[in-house]
Design a protein around this ligand. Structure first.
Ligand SMILES: [Zn+2]
Length: 280
């Protein structure tokens, strides 16, 4: 039975039903998580990736704006060492390499690894668990995890290992959905449009844990990080993997509203996705 990663309790209430899967809230601490039981080292992503070349290309294009903004702000002194964990198909590793950084990627799925090696020709791209990679401690300036932490069941071991791998003044960067906002959006979607087979809600089979500012901070503190703060980067320029101009426009307007609201409330209210910076 699924347990809260903070309290280890199964005392929960169902807050959303995604088809036949319950999304749960811990009665003790309020953390949101999926009841879907999955292998802790699930590696089935990107299995049929070669037959989806158009979708892959679009995925790359739609992330560019976000990556560029990241590079502009955090990779200014152009020659550090960067590690992308859960690197997927390798597009961010390639992007960082093109910016002049020595870039490394780790990905657990064989499909993603194969793509990164064969199509993107990435040299420093590895398949497997981070803990088994044998990277030198205190050797990276930046470690990134783009849309990874919400997929993990053993997030603590990876975060602790990341802290070891970072240089003393290194920075960890995470991007993850804002759980409470996703929950409200999913509820509204169901109310207004009904439950539809192909709709995206909380992604209960993939997003096993959904965080908010307080819970992601708590997790990072537990794993040896400090100076945790939240930034804003432009969102992925697609909606549910599709290029729908109107929906992307709405998404960008929502984002601008979120940035403004965060500013006007002196960072008390954050309805943007969670872009987290942390030091060790
Ligand atoms: Zn809890």
């Amino acid at each position: 039975m699924a347990k809260c990663l903070f309290c280890q309790t199964s005392e929960t209430k169902t807050v959303f039903k995604e088809f036949d899967i319950d999304y749960l809230r811990c009665k003790k601490c309020g953390h949101l998580f999926s009841s879907f039981e999955r292998n802790a080292h699930y590696d089935g992503y990107f299995e049929n990736i070669e037959s989806e070349s158009q979708a892959v290309e679009y995925w790359n294009i739609s992330h560019k704006k976000m990556y560029e903004s990241f590079a502009k702000r955090f990779m200014k002194n152009g020659s550090g060492k960067i590690l992308d964990i859960g690197a997927g198909l390798g597009f961010f590793v390639k992007f960082a390499q093109e910016k002049g950084w020595k870039s490394y990627g780790v990905e657990i799925s064989k499909g993603g690894y194969k793509y990164a090696k064969e199509k993107l020709h990435l040299e420093n791209f590895f398949c497997g668990k981070l803990e088994e990679m044998g990277f030198e401690n205190e050797s990276f300036d930046i470690i990134t995890m783009w849309d990874v932490i919400e997929h993990l069941l053993e997030q603590r071991s990876i975060l602790k290992k990341s802290a070891e791998l970072l240089k003393k003044d290194g920075v960890l960067f995470l991007h993850t959905p804002n759980g409470e906002v996703q929950l409200i959006k999913s509820r509204l979607k169901k109310i207004f449009f009904g439950e539809k087979e192909r709709s995206h809600y909380l992604e209960a089979k993939d997003h096993l844990n959904l965080y908010k500012e307080a819970t992601i901070k708590k997790l990072l503190y537990e794993c040896g990080f400090k100076d945790i703060h939240f930034v804003h980067l432009p969102p992925i320029q697609s909606v549910a993997g599709k290029s729908d101009n109107l929906k992307v426009l709405v998404k960008n307007l929502w984002w601008l509203g979120a940035v403004l609201l965060n500013f006007l409330t002196f960072k008390q209210v954050n309805i943007d996705n969670l872009f987290v910076m942390a030091k060790k």
